[in-house]
Design a protein around this ligand. Structure first.
Ligand code: G3P
Length: 214
């Protein structure tokens, strides 16, 4: 299973979480990565943790004040990028452009979507993976695998109908090892999560609990 910890703009210590991600990843069969804020990418990547951006823009080098260029994210040490997160929604044409920008910079891509219909559309854009996250469950601590298991299974089917090579992750409310196992049982190849680790008093212990049953 792939476990991607999105730090959003939570007031956690990104280096403390990154060091925990690096160490717990070494101790388990799970693949664990961390997505800090853009300004923390370089320092987080230097810890040796697998590092992802939270977003890149559908742009190339040039006149794009205030935008995030995929090549700069890659230069900072990122291995991949989330796109179209529920908190950073893009128009369809911009998701397409951002996937292409990320691929140009050799970044792995996960396109987020609200529901199975959007997952099908996202998969058609050729990312490495898609992630279904019902926005109403984000940050609630109620796992999508429990509150809405059908949405995960339907997302897996929707992606497979478009492109068998696109992996499917799920997210929202995931905070325990049982939640991760349940996601895998529904056909997901990974999970996206944030508050369960970023808001934990002890992020390392939270991560260890998450991957303990894997
Ligand atoms: O990107 C993951 C995220 O949106 C889920 O957040 O806090 O419900 O784990 P959370």
């Amino acid at each position: 299973m792939f476990v991607l910890v999105n730090l959003k703009t939570y007031p956690c210590d990104p280096l403390e979480v990154a060091e925990a991600v690096r160490d717990v990843d070494d101790e388990t069969d799970a693949r664990i990565a961390v997505a800090p804020q853009a300004t923390h990418l370089e320092r987080v990547a230097e810890t040796g943790a697998e590092t992802w951006a939270q977003h890149v823009d559908p742009i190339d080098y040039g006149s794009n004040t205030g935008h995030t260029l995929a090549e700069t994210v890659a230069d900072a040490g990122a291995d991949g990028t989330l796109l179209n997160h529920s908190e950073q929604r893009l128009k369809l044409a911009d998701i397409d452009g951002a996937v292409q920008a990320a691929q140009r910079a050799d970044l792995e891509t996960i396109v987020c979507a609200n529901n199975p219909a959007q997952i099908g559309a996202a998969a058609a854009l050729g990312p490495d993976a898609v992630a279904v996250e019902p926005p109403e469950l984000i940050g609630t601590g109620t796992p999508v695998s429990q509150a809405d298991p059908d949405i995960v299974e339907d997302a897996v089917d929707a992606a497979a109908n478009v492109d068998d090579d696109v992996d499917v992750l799920c997210g929202a409310g995931i905070s325990t090892g049982d939640d991760v196992v349940a996601a895998g049982d529904l056909g997901a190849e990974g999970v996206l999560l944030a508050s369960g680790v970023a808001k934990a008093d002890d992020p390392r212990a939270a991560l260890e609990d998450l991957v303990e049953p894997l």
